[in-house]
Ligand binder design. Structure first.
Ligand SMILES: Nc1ncnc2c1ncn2[C@@H]1O[C@H](COP(=O)(O)OP(=O)(O)O)[C@@H](O)[C@H]1O
Ligand SMILES: [Mg+2]
Length: 164
């Protein structure tokens, strides 16, 4: 049983995240998209809203033989991975700028849970500049983000900020 978690803020889910998930499907039997409940950040969407959106989008991924689910967690990613009995932590890398942070996190998580490997997927080129933060900034200022976030996510953003 090859089980992975894909932890992140997902505030909100982007097509970049979906690209990582699609790439990971052939490698695992089960992947748990794990939404971090981070009290330090002021999110656009609550953890419940983020999980709900992801749950609605999952069927469109097909799965390719891999079971996809959603969970939320707080605290350490490494501990959550162990709790879930996952053997891998999936992360994505867009550019060199992601590398340093991801390396530190991967090495710390390995120190905490030596049995659990972090597996990196390189961003698909069309999404290599896509981040949740940039999508929110552009959307708030009235710019177009179609093709970069799922339509459902865009609709939820529009509903949240009708007078944008
Ligand atoms: N466009 C993208 N392409 C590839 N990976 C991405 C993209 N956007 C985000 N990721 C990766 O997805 C993971 C979760 O990102 P994010 O939701 O921002 O949570 P976090 O707060 O942990 O950075 C990270 O490993 C991040 O590098
Ligand atoms: Mg991030």
């Amino acid at each position: 049983m090859r089980k992975a978690i894909f932890p992140g803020s997902f505030d909100p889910l982007t097509n970049g995240h979906l690209d990582v998930i699609r790439r990971s499907l052939p490698l695992f039997d089960e992947i748990v998209i794990s939404v971090l409940n981070n009290p330090d950040k002021a999110p656009m969407f609550s953890v419940e809203e983020r999980c709900e959106m992801i749950r609605e989008i999952i069927p469109s991924l097909g799965g390719n033989g891999c079971e996809i689910s959603v969970a939320s967690f707080s605290g350490l990613t490494a501990h959550f991975a162990r709790e879930m009995e996952a053997t891998a932590i999936v992360r994505g890398i867009r550019a060199v700028s992601d590398y340093e942070y991801e390396l530190r996190m991967a090495l710390m998580n390995r120190k905490l849970e030596p049995e659990i490997e972090t597996v990196f997927f390189m961003a698909g080129e069309p999404f290599s500049y896509v981040s949740s933060t940039l999508m929110k900034q552009v959307f708030l200022l009235g710019g177009r983000v179609d093709g970069l976030i799922p339509e459902l996510v865009e609709a939820k953003m529009r509903a949240k900020l009708p007078d944008r």
